[in-house]
Design a protein around this ligand. Structure first.
Ligand SMILES: NC(=O)c1ccc[n+]([C@@H]2O[C@H](COP(=O)([O-])OP(=O)(O)OC[C@H]3O[C@@H](n4cnc5c(N)ncnc54)[C@H](OP(=O)(O)O)[C@@H]3O)[C@@H](O)[C@H]2O)c1
Length: 302
């Protein structure tokens, strides 16, 4: 089924795949966002922190689309200060930089930006929605404990939590996704291509390559199809138009249960390996510090 939209808990429909502007240099951003829109993306994901909202806005304006034809997400990232008092001015600045009357989805980029006051910060987000400056509100990088605090005090539930999601974190992220399902909070998955961009040579490569070969796809398409099959609204990006076209083609890719299971299994293996590696590193540090301590003590005593 081609990519369509997902209905959020406030009734609004978000396009199931978005083009992200993280790390795009300012001088390349207008061109890359324009390319994304031309290829067929109708969902742009930016943030105050990416420092390219202005160039993103220029590309949006130049595209000449009706406002309702493009979904624009941006995020409160703390560049004008953190905590409740910085939310409104940050949103106004993003609107001005993007050149928009409203933002489709406004996210708190990370719980740490709430300065320990999730309740107060979320109240400010709710006000923005009530005023119509933003149409939907959500969060990013929130854990279960953060969502629990938020939900306890919220009049309006977040529509999404945008989180890191790829096969090497999927098992440990599942409790969060289950919690979100129980509360009708969708999840957006970012950095889904980590097995190709940062963890090359890991156990996920083998099943992904085999599936790609069998279906005549590129590995990045298999990974995005896996994210989609797991329920993610995908947030990805590329500087290359051929890749962007292939990403959109993932809408027509159907993985079997066996395919999904084989990637899950390889991801779990990678997660376990990583855990063991981290434990060894910690143990190594303890031994080293202990050794230094004994050495220091010995020097002092003897
Ligand atoms: N909320 C948050 O905290 C947060 C954090 C991170 C990201 N995000 C959002 O998610 C978006 C995507 O993040 P991401 O860049 O980490 O996503 P990603 O989808 O994991 O990676 C995209 C990158 O993968 C590369 N790529 C694609 N196919 C490849 C292949 N076969 N081999 C090697 N590289 C390949 C692309 O490079 P080319 O340009 O060369 O094609 C592109 O730069 C961001 O722009 C941002 O909007 C949000």
């Amino acid at each position: 089924m081609p990519f369509g939209t997902r209905t959020l808990n406030d009734g609004r429909k978000i396009p199931e795949i978005g083009f992200g502007t993280w790390k795009i240099p300012q001088d390349a951003c207008n061109g890359q966002v324009t390319q994304g829109i031309e290829v067929g993306f109708d969902h742009i994901d930016t943030a105050q922190a990416y420092q390219n909202e202005e160039q993103t806005g220029q590309a949006i304006a130049a595209a000449g689309l009706k406002r309702e034809e493009l979904w624009v997400t941006t995020k409160f990232s703390g560049r004008l200060g953190t905590g409740a008092s910085a939310v409104r001015k940050s949103c106004l600045e993003s609107l001005q930089k993007l050149g928009l009357d409203y933002i489709d989805l406004y996210l708190i980029h990370s719980p740490r930006l709430c300065d320990g006051d999730i309740r107060g910060t979320w109240k400010e987000m709710e006000k923005l929605k009530k005023e119509g400056l933003v149409k939907s509100i959500g969060v990013s990088n929130f854990e279960i404990k953060d969502l629990k605090v938020l939900l306890k005090h919220a009049d309006i539930k977040p529509v999404v939590n945008q989180i890191l999601y790829h096969p090497y974190v999927s098992a440990s992220t599942q409790p969060l996704i289950d919690f979100q399902d129980d509360h009708d909070i969708a999840f957006e998955g970012y950095s889904g291509l980590i097995p190709l961009t940062g963890r090359q040579g890991g156990p996920v490569d083998k099943p992904v390559d085999e599936i790609a070969k069998r279906l005549g796809l590129q590995p990045e398409q298999v990974l995005l199809a896996w994210s989609r099959a797991k329920g993610a609204i995908i947030v990805t990006t590329s500087s290359r138009s051929d890749r962007l076209t292939r990403y959109l083609g993932v809408g027509d890719v159907k993985l079997t249960d066996e395919d999904i299971h084989s990637i899950d299994k390889a991801g779990r293996k990678g997660e376990e390996k990583e855990k063991v590696w981290q434990m060894c590193k910690t143990a190594g540090k303890v031994v080293l510090l202990g050794g230094l301590g004994v050495y220091g003590l010995a020097k002092y005593v003897l």
